[in-house]
Design a protein around this ligand. Structure first.
Ligand code: ATP
Length: 309
């Protein structure tokens, strides 16, 4: 069952601002990056998934549930870490996270236990009896994460969890998110406007732009080899290109770099290139299969109507 499934989902604020338009996608289990520039519609999608907003058109299902009609079940199964600061400064962290566990339906003793455990997971165990108002930004982000995790959800929705953090804090937060996804087996949808930052922790990425789907795919499919060989030589690229073309290969040249198309089982192409380089007495710098770059695939891509992650 997809984590989140939308069909022709649309959201207009005040009948004027279109935040999402005709969005159809399936987000499957894993650590999923929801990427898009500021204003792309990420937060709106998360709020629709939580039942905090009602779609103006289309439909959305979360873990197979309708977030509006089945709101209570959705809240029991989903944890949410909002983007902006929303913590009570005068409460101590342990009390706050315990309170959030109670709100999610845990009995008092279990809520206290779970709160301590969760604060330990996010690295705040030693500091758990301090007032939240005295915490650093990184610690506040961890409290927000702890309250989202405390009721042991199936799905965690994190809205820009690295907001306001310095580079070391961002890395630490992303490592924590990755651990939650891999060690705890909780699926995570993590929103970010920084593709480069979250791609390393995600199993798949969904990119939205101006409320529409730009692309969605698994990371492995994005970074897999394609069917091009890259050949880089010191000088003589033009002669090498001519020799390889004469040998029947499909060759493109850009300055010192040639790209040669080849089939999956086409080991002979390597031999042809090696022999041509030797015959022409050239100096070979690089011979390797080309890999897709994730960022390239999100650049200038036509929208896909339906995509399965
Ligand atoms: N309550 C609201 N009323 C009117 N317009 C809104 C409201 N909330 C969001 N919008 C608009 O909807 C569009 C999508 O906003 P949204 O917050 O979902 O984007 P986002 O990708 O999460 O960006 P950010 O990371 O900056 O929050 C934007 O044009 C935004 O200005």
């Amino acid at each position: 069952m997809p984590l989140i499934e939308t069909t022709a989902l649309g959201m207009r604020y005040d009948g004027k601002v279109t935040a999402l338009a005709d969005l159809t996608l399936d987000i499957e289990a894993g650590v999923v990056g929801l990427v898009g520039v500021n204003g792309a519609g990420k937060t709106t999608l998360i709020k629709l998934a939580l039942g905090l907003l009602t779609p103006t058109s289309g439909r959305i299902r979360v873990l197979g549930l309708d977030p509006i009609a089945d709101g209570e079940q959705v809240r029991a199964k989903v944890g949410y870490m909002p983007e902006h600061d929303c913590l009570p400064p005068d409460m101590i962290a342990a009390e706050f996270v315990t309170h959030m566990a109670r709100v999610s339906g845990l009995p008092a003793a279990a809520a206290r236990e779970r709160a301590s455990e969760t604060l330990r997971h996010v690295g705040l165990y030693e500091e758990r009896y301090r007032r939240i108002g005295g915490y650093s930004t990184g610690m506040k982000q961890r409290v927000k994460l702890a309250q989202a995790l405390v009721h042991d959800p199936e799905l965690l929705l994190l809205d820009e969890p690295t907001n306001g953090l310095d580079p070391a804090g961002r890395r630490a937060m992303l490592d924590l998110v990755h651990r939650i996804g891999t060690e705890f087996g909780i699926s995570v949808v993590v929103c970010s406007h920084l593709l480069g930052e979250i791609e390393r922790i995600c199993t798949s990425l969904v990119a939205i732009d101006a409320g529409t789907l730009l692309r969605s795919a698994t990371l492995s499919s994005m970074t897999e080899h394609n069917d091009l060989l890259v050949v880089e030589i010191d000088e003589g690229a033009e002669r090498l290109a001519a020799a390889l073309t004469a040998g029947g290969l499909d060759v493109r040249r850009e300055n010192r770099v040639l790209t040669v198309r080849f089939g999956e089982e086409d080991g002979a192409v390597y031999d042809l290139i090696r022999d041509a380089v030797a015959d022409l007495d050239l100096c070979l710098h690089r011979l390797e299969r080309q890999r897709h770059q994730v960022a390239d695939l999100f650049r200038d891509r036509p929208a896909e109507e339906v995509s399965h992650v």
